[in-house]
Design a protein around this ligand. Sequence first.
Ligand SMILES: CC(C)(COP(=O)(O)OP(=O)(O)OC[C@H]1O[C@@H](n2cnc3c(N)ncnc32)[C@H](O)[C@@H]1OP(=O)(O)O)[C@@H](O)C(=O)NCCC(=O)NCCS
Length: 170
Amino acid sequence: MSTDAVHVRLADTRDAQGIALMSRDLIESGLGWRYDAPRVARGITDRDTVALVACEGRRVIGFAMMQFGEERAHLALLAVRPTYRRRGVARRLVEWLVESAMVAGIATVHLELRESNQAAKRFYRAMGFSETALVPGYYQGKEAALRMLRVLRRPGTVPYSWRPPRLDPH
Ligand SMILES: CC(C)(COP(=O)(O)OP(=O)(O)OC[C@H]1O[C@@H](n2cnc3c(N)ncnc32)[C@H](O)[C@@H]1OP(=O)(O)O)[C@@H](O)C(=O)NCCC(=O)NCCS
């Protein structure tokens, strides 16, 4: 697969079932299935949530979902199918979301991941996130969560001089 063959777009409700199955198998395995199709569909249609899919042709090979608050955004879901990993797909998804967050004036992006998930920890570090806390038993008392954070601007009132970043036209 060349990276050029992959495109990223907003998810629509027809993607909900596929995203939910990937969440069950790639993110939530062993924890119970919280992000089932109805919940994912609610996220896709929620005005304060951005849901993205990465596709090769019509096949969805990765997805991400981020909830936007006033100043904080929460990256709730991110996964790429195993055979498509280490090709920059998750990077493209997260860059889209982080650029959206910057334009929206978000100060900090937060996420949790399973403490044992070394690949994701390394990925998020590579994307500029830092560990902030370990939360024992976060996942239904079964596993600790690591919280990570990326600061986009100083939290608090937006200074008058602040302007959204100029985005690369590509
Ligand atoms: C974490 C995950 C989303 C990364 O997806 P990906 O498309 O393979 O990531 P990318 O190719 O964009 O990686 C970008 C950079 O992150 C780092 N990285 C990604 N995966 C890594 C790994 N397994 N080990 C070390 N570094 C890694 C590297 O610096 C990589 O750049 P490089 O390939 O040029 O070295 C993917 O492994 C996955 O879906 N895991 C299962 C679900 C999951 O853990 N989701 C996140 C927690 S909810």
